[in-house]
Each structure stands twice: as C-alpha cells, then as structure tokens.
Design a protein around this ligand. Sequence first.
Ligand code: SAM
Length: 324
Amino acid sequence: MGKGAVFRMEEKNYGHKPVLLQECLEALAIRPDGLYVDGTLGRAGHAREVLPRLKTGRLIGIDRDAAAIAAAGERLAEFGDRAVLVRGNFSALGEILRDLGIDGADGMLFDLGVSSPQLDEPSRGFSYMRDAPLDMRMDAGAPLDAREIVNTWSFEELRRILYTYGEERFAPQIARAMVRRRQEGPIETTGELVEVIRSAMPPQALREKQHPAKRTFQAIRIAVNGELEALPPMLEAAVQGLRPGGRLAVITFHSLEDRLVKQTLREMASGCTCPPEFPVCVCGKKPRLRLITRKPITAGPAELEDNPRSRSAKLRVAERTEYP
Ligand SMILES: C[S@@+](CC[C@H](N)C(=O)[O-])C[C@H]1O[C@@H](n2cnc3c(N)ncnc32)[C@H](O)[C@@H]1O
C-alpha cells in the first residue's frame, strides 16, 4: 500500500491533516528522553508523530474538546502511559502542568483554532456550509454559545466583534440586520444566520470569491470560545514551563492571533528596555526567549496543494533562554 493510501485511510478515520507537520517536528528539536506538551491535541495529528520519536520521554496532550480527547486517546493507545491526555483549556496551562507535577518541558506545540472534524460535524454549528443549531463551542459544556451571542448581544457589541475579530467591512450593516431579524423571533440555525448576513450585504460583495458569511462566522467563533483571551496566559505559562533550551512552536491561522503571538514572543525575546542614553542598564530585564524564526514559516507548494487549510497557517518558533 502506497503512502497516499495510508494517509487517505487515516483521513477517513480521523478527519484532520496536521499542518506544517515536518516543520513542527524540526522546530521542537525532539530529544528521545524529553517531555513535550501538545496544547491543542485535536485528533493527535502532530502528537502521533512526536511520540514515536521518544524513547523514555512523554507527551502531555491537552484539548478543551471532549470528542477530540476521546478520538486522540484511541489513536495514541499504543503509546500507553507515555501519552498523558488532559481535557482542559490551555489558558490554564500553568495549573495543568502543576497538577501533573511537571517542573519543566523540552518543547510545547500550539496549533491554534478549530480542527477539521469540529468544522465538519454539522451538529457543532461551526460551518456556514451546513445548516445546524447555532453553537460553535469547542468545549460543549461551556456556558456561552453562538445562539446567545447572536440573539442577546447589543448592536454595538455585535458590530465590535464582527469588525475586530472578523475584519468584516460590513460589520455595522450585518449587526443591524441581526438585531432587526431577531425582533421577529430568535435566530436559531447557521442557515438562518447566513441568510441574515446575505441580506445585509450589497450585491457586489455577494459575488466575491470568499463566502459572504466567512468573516462573521470567524468573529462569532472567536468570541464564543474566548480565543484571543486564552493566548496571553498560555504564552506566559508556556515560557515559564519550558526548560532552558526548550522550544515553543505556535501555529496561527488569522492575522489577529498571529499579531498577538508575534508581539508577545518579540517582547519576551527582548532584553534591557533602558533608554539608549543610560550609561548602564538599570531595568535588569533579560530575554527569556531567543527567536528561532524572525519571519513565520508557511506551507510549501506540495502542502498547499494537498491541504487547503494550510494556506493561512503561520508557524513561529522560539527557544527558552536560561534567564528567569
Ligand atoms: C487545529 S486543531 C489541532 C489539530 C491537531 N494538531 C492535529 O493535527 O490533529 C486545534 C485544537 O485545539 C483545541 N483548542 C483550541 N483552543 C483551545 C484552548 N484554549 N484550550 C484547549 N484546546 C484548545 C480545539 O478544540 C482543537 O481540537
């Protein structure tokens, strides 16, 4: 059986192609006795390739989605207790590592956003391509869902998230259409929401290549899951949790999260902040990271052809210094 056939079989079973896989494995500079954290385990596409490279080492896999943990558990069963899976939000990474008694990791990977199985499962309500109840929660037990946002948030809050999280230029028109439409009764399904979005956009915008609901759905998903709020505590805990020389690899899929990751890593990689006219440093700030990638790594032509999802992926890598 050729390599392609094996991959197609895995796709059928697990439904998610890991992006920038080879690049991530190189970025993590895996040691056979090391301890690695995959903070966005998903269907274990990356973890499944890290584990065979470990001899005595271990991998901690974290995901907030119970369905992902269950599927990854099955897929990683052959690695026994060398794979430890935790259902949780990576915003609590510090606590999760503390509870496991881990005092230092050699590498951490975060492949942000949603997985293909989450998008493809109609009942999760992530996709504008399938009609389903408005949900979009990665953690099915979380209190806030898309239905609540769409039906109860004010015009101003809706406009703000569509504009800032979706970079949607018709944010005011779409937010106004939602508020008007829900006066007739709640907007219950993704299909109804798509219709409201379409009704608010001018005809020429509806003819653009990108689906008219793409940006609005992205914005609502980010708000439902608090995606941007989870990043700063995760990055701080990751850097604190790495041993000197340990690697941090983060894959982002849109400009908002990429900007946040880029700026945070740069800030952590910068040393003294004293004004240049000071003869000696008085701030004492030392770089906690060394940037391995100045520009993000992106997918090559073969991956772009094989996996359209890789189009917007950007991988940034940094290494922990010895400074506290
Ligand atoms: C892009 S997928 C990861 C796919 C995985 N690398 C693979 O190749 O199978 C992102 C995963 O991260 C999870 N996730 C996103 N934000 C999270 C957070 N704040 N805490 C924990 N898991 C999160 C999602 O539930 C999803 O399963």
